[in-house]
Design a protein around this ligand. Structure first.
Ligand code: ZN
Length: 168
């Protein structure tokens, strides 16, 4: 087994704190996959919904002590990120996005498709549809002031499905 202590490597401060049990020549530990879904309705227009409790419920039902939870929203006008979900941050992030990617503009997607939501597509692509969060001790390894948030950028209310996949 490789030596995992890297303190002798200058500049490398990362260090394994836990390691999968394994003996050379033995079979790898089996991997479990548990998939759950959250269904929710949003108001659209950069509605930011804290989904941490729902994700944690699925992680809990997976019965995994350690592993990785991927949180993914289907669709091209919504995104998943983490933030301190409180009214100030919600207003500030909405304002930043309005400045960087305004709702109105000369958008090709709108022109070519007679659509109105190109800003929603662009915001969703830049923030991204998923986050991968470590699971430790059966819980999401989030900071105290860090929530998992679904942002719906579409310009109308939507029903959304968030897939949570736990690999342990
Ligand atoms: Zn569109």
């Amino acid at each position: 087994m490789a030596d995992t202590s890297r303190d002798d490597e200058p500049g490398l401060r990362a260090r394994l704190v836990e390691q999968l049990p394994g003996v050379p020549g033995s079979r790898l530990p089996s991997v479990g996959v548990h998939t759950g879904e959250l269904k929710l309705s949003t108001r659209g227009d950069a509605d930011m919904v804290d989904i941490t409790d729902g994700v944690q419920r699925i992680v809990g039902s997976a019965g995994a002590d350690g592993g990785m939870a991927t949180v993914f929203v289907r669709g091209s006008t919504a995104a998943i990120t983490t933030m301190e979900h409180e009214p100030g941050n919600v207003a500030d992030l909405q304002e930043v996005l309005d400045r960087v990617i305004p709702t109105r503009g000369e958008y090709e997607h709108n022109r070519l498709n007679h659509d109105t939501n190109s800003h929603a597509h662009q915001r969703a692509s830049i923030i991204g549809p998923s986050e991968a969060i470590p699971v430790a001790g059966g819980r999401l390894a989030l900071g105290t002031w860090q929530q998992i948030v679904l942002i719906d950028f579409d310009d109308r209310p939507r029903d959304r499905t968030v897939t949570v996949q736990v690999i342990s």
